[in-house]
Design a protein around this ligand. Structure first.
Ligand code: NAD
Ligand code: MG
Length: 390
């Protein structure tokens, strides 16, 4: 059977890695749906190379450019625009596999649509799990969707568990430590967006790069692991591992620990998701520990210099709407930081102030979570305005 893959966030970093792996297996799979946010020219370039059945631009103002560009290129690709079109295609026969790689809470609706439609769901959009993990996992389970995590750590855990989502005794997520590992809080006050997005080990989109620099990324990943593997927050540990070669470790009841290793390249995780239970080529070469320096170092994270990790584990423990508030406030703060409006330390400050302003409430419906998301963005914007440099 030819696998038909929808790539939501095709013009991003994960999207590029996914298209690279898919193109290595023309006899087994093809990109049937490509989705982008606003960059219509980049989407058109991808359509010319991959000739999907459908292309969607989320920003409807670009619909005509997309349609006319496809026509001018002589492609049979159907043009669509808007969020509803993304959700509809993610749930339709146009694909059997969905790569959820839109950044931020903007990816929740289409991720949920793919889960409800019972797709194989390669889930990179970690924010949707942080915002609505319980609901998303419940819907996926009910519809028989097969979730494969596309986050290197969670994909590593998935592999250590042999592809099942059974509950291990304990999980260790590794963190590179980001560009500012070892820095003091004082030194962090003056860092620039350019410094923050220059990740030492991974090449990623701007939002997750900033999250890696604050360690919020690891905090989001603790919440992500909690939902994916149904494991309490206390059984999830974070270790800084500067080489980024061991992606996660899983402890079992009998004292055995399994780890997954590999070069830091997301094509491995994507190949696992596209091929599972088969192993397929990804373009990533096998790990040669000696040429990588022959060392694997580990250290505890510095929670004083990087309070975002603690804010996230506290939000997980508080439960209810708290993770949704954390996520939304963080998205607003990171965006303001990238625009030069606030400093690096204003990111944890904004998240913390928003969590204080909006105490956790029960969250059994999507509505209540989306409400919390909205209110947190409002609280964060108010805080940002008081901090604003611009
Ligand atoms: P990116 O910024 O490079 O790409 C984001 C993609 O989402 C782009 O294609 C953009 O057009 C699209 N997009 C943005 N807003 C949209 C909207 N409102 N509607 C439709 N499309 C929209 O980001 P990335 O680094 O590829 O990350 C994507 C997701 O994968 C994030 O949730 C991130 O946390 C997760 N992730 C990424 C990596 C990585 O190595 N890059 C690793 C683990 C997890
Ligand atoms: Mg990760």
């Amino acid at each position: 059977m030819m696998r038909k893959v929808a790539i939501l966030g095709a013009t991003g970093s994960i999207g590029a890695s996914a298209l690279d792996v898919i193109a290595r297996h023309p006899e087994a799979m093809r990109a049937s749906v490509l989705v982008a946010g606003t960059r219509v020219e980049e989407l058109l370039v991808l359509c010319r190379v991959h000739a999907p059945d459908h292309a969607v631009i989320a920003d409807s103002r670009h619909f005509e450019s997309l349609r006319d560009g496809l026509r001018a290129a002589g492609l049979a690709t159907e043009a669509h625009a808007g969020d509803a079109a993304i959700d509809a295609l993610a749930a339709s026969d146009a694909c059997d596999t969905v790569i959820a790689a839109i950044v931020g809470a903007a990816g929740l609706s289409s991720t949920m649509a793919a889960a409800r439609a019972g797709k194989r769901l390669l889930l990179a959009n970690k924010e949707s799990l942080v915002l609505a993990g319980e609901l998303l996992m419940r819907e996926a389970h009910a519809a028989g969707a097969e979730i494969v995590p596309i986050d290197s750590e969670h994909n590593a855990v998935f592999q250590c568990l042999g592809g099942s989502m059974s509950t291990p005794a304990r999980i260790t997520l590794t963190a590179s430590g980001g560009p500012f590992r070892g820095w003091t809080r004082d030194a962090l006050a003056e860092v620039t967006p350019t410094q923050a997005v220059a990740h030492p080990k991974w090449s990623m989109g701007p939002k997750i790069s900033v999250d890696s620099a604050t360690l919020m990324n690891k905090g989001l990943e603790v919440i992500e692991a909690h939902h994916l593997f149904r494991i309490p927050g206390e059984a999830i540990r974070v270790l800084v591992h500067p080489q980024s070669l061991v992606h996660a470790m899983v402890d079992f009841a009998d004292g055995s620990t399994l780890a997954q290793l590999g070069l830091p390249d997301m094509r491995t995780a994507l190949a696992v998701g596209l091929g599972w239970p088969q192993r397929i080529a990804s373009g990533v070469s096998a790990l040669d520990l000696l040429s990588q320096g022959g060392r694997l170092d580990f250290e505890a994270p510095d929670l004083d210099a990087f309070p975002c990790l603690r804010l996230a584990t506290t939000a997980l423990a508080a439960g209810g709407t708290a993770p949704a508030v954390l996520n939304a406030a963080n998205e607003e703060a990171v965006s303001a930081f990238l625009q030069g409006k606030i400093g690096f330390l204003d990111i944890p400050d904004t998240v913390s102030a928003s969590l204080d302003a909006l105490p956790a409430r029960p969250s059994d419906t999507l509505e209540s979570l989306l409400d919390a998301d909205r209110m947190a963005r409002e609280a964060a914007r108010q805080r940002i305005a008081t901090r604003s440099r611009a």
